[in-house]
Ligand binder design. Structure first.
Ligand code: TYM
Length: 331
């Protein structure tokens, strides 16, 4: 029996942080290692183009993210590791979906509404973001998409778009009529509740745009600086002498039992608790950081891996695109 398909992507918009890792990338690694899935991991460079308009920066970010993936232990011989722009079926399918997706539907997307609320001038790429993402996912018959909570709606959009396409062009209904004729499989998001939204140093969602991150491959100095900057508000859950933001981050690294004794003995001692967090964070990051340095020494090999991944991804994606073209009547 063939394996189920797992797919996910990350935007090359700068160094990934521990929110990306615990919220999504750790699940990539764990599920890859479990060996139950055929895995596709990609670099969402066309999505990143909405944010980065500088060729040198984009190039560097793509290479860096490929190195990051490899440093996490994803074996490119088994997993398919590629960049989105190398598989033109993504953008082609996105256009086909554009013709069946309505504007009011896309206007309900959180990312669009947020941008609009901030009075941002929204480009079409941002507006269409969920459509390209649906194409990313649906081209590979994906079963599961490990992501953080902020991407849940996007996976739901992919499901909706798949259902709509299956109905319009294949006559497949939600209640199972003509199910065998459906072109697209409905994907499921995989979101771990405990890490669905990893908080940053200020207690808000960890995000590059909030400047509250701890980079996943941070140096010890960077870890120290970030942890020392964690806001230790004394209100709310901190009333018992537990700095909530420090504790929340510590919980990513240690069990509650381990933390209970540490936080009991250091009640109210915020500096000592932060120092303990620095130690634990560095112990976790150090091996990743060292592996990353090794991989980064041979960038040509990394470029080769992406090239090979693109070839394998194209094989699958182009077959699906041909099937789509046939049912829409252009082939
Ligand atoms: P991106 O690059 O913004 O984030 C990569 C992954 O990290 C998760 N994440 C978080 N999880 C928990 N807590 C946080 N503070 C946190 N910050 C980020 C994100 O949920 C994401 O899973 N649109 C996607 C990229 C993409 C994609 C796809 C993903 C494009 N096409 C198809 C899956 C399938 C994005 O912007 O991720």
């Amino acid at each position: 029996m063939s394996k189920k398909i797992l797919l996910s992507g990350v935007k090359p918009t700068g160094r990934p942080h521990i929110g990306n890792y615990f919220g999504a990338m750790k699940q990539f690694v764990d599920l890859f290692n479990a060996n139950d899935y055929q895995c596709y991991f990609f670099i969402a460079d066309y999505h990143a183009l909405n944010f980065i308009q500088n060729a040198a920066e984009m190039n560097q970010n793509i290479l860096d993210l490929a190195i990051d993936y490899l440093a996490l232990g994803l074996d490119p011989k088994t997993a398919v590791l590629y960049k989105q722009s190398d598989v033109s079926a993504h953008t082609e399918l996105s256009w086909i979906f554009d013709t069946i997706v309505t504007m009011p539907y896309l206007m309900r997307a959180h990312a669009y509404k947020d941008a609009e609320a901030k009075n941002k001038e929204i480009n079409v790429g941002t507006f269409n973001y969920p459509v390209l993402m649906a194409a990313d996912i649906l081209l590979y018959d994906t079963d599961v998409v490990p992501v953080g909570a902020d991407q849940k709606q996007h996976v739901e959009y992919a499901r909706d778009i798949a259902e709509k396409f299956n109905f319009i062009f294949c006559g497949a209904t939600k209640d199972g009529k003509n199910a065998d004729k459906a072109i697209f499989k409905l994907p499921e998001p995989l979101i771990l509740e405990s890490v669905a939204t990893v908080p940053g140093t200020d207690g808000r969602k960890m995000s590059k745009s909030y400047n509250n991150t701890i980079p996943l491959f941070a140096t010890r100095e960077e870890i120290t600086k970030a942890v020392m900057s964690i806001v230790t508000d004394s209100g709310g859950p901190e009333a018992g002498g537990i700095p909530a933001n420090v504790y929340a981050m510590h919980k990513l690294l240690k069990s509650e039992a381990e933390l209970t004794s540490l936080y009991d003995t250091n009640k109210g001692k915020y500096k000592a608790l932060k120092e303990a967090l620095i130690e634990d964070m560095d112990a976790f990051i150090k091996p990743l950081r060292e592996k990353r340095v090794e991989i980064a020494k041979d960038s040509q090999a990394v470029i080769e891996i992406l090239r090979d991944g693109a070839e394998r991804a194209n094989e699958v994606a182009s077959k699906k695109l041909s099937a789509v073209k046939k049912v829409i009547g252009v082939l």
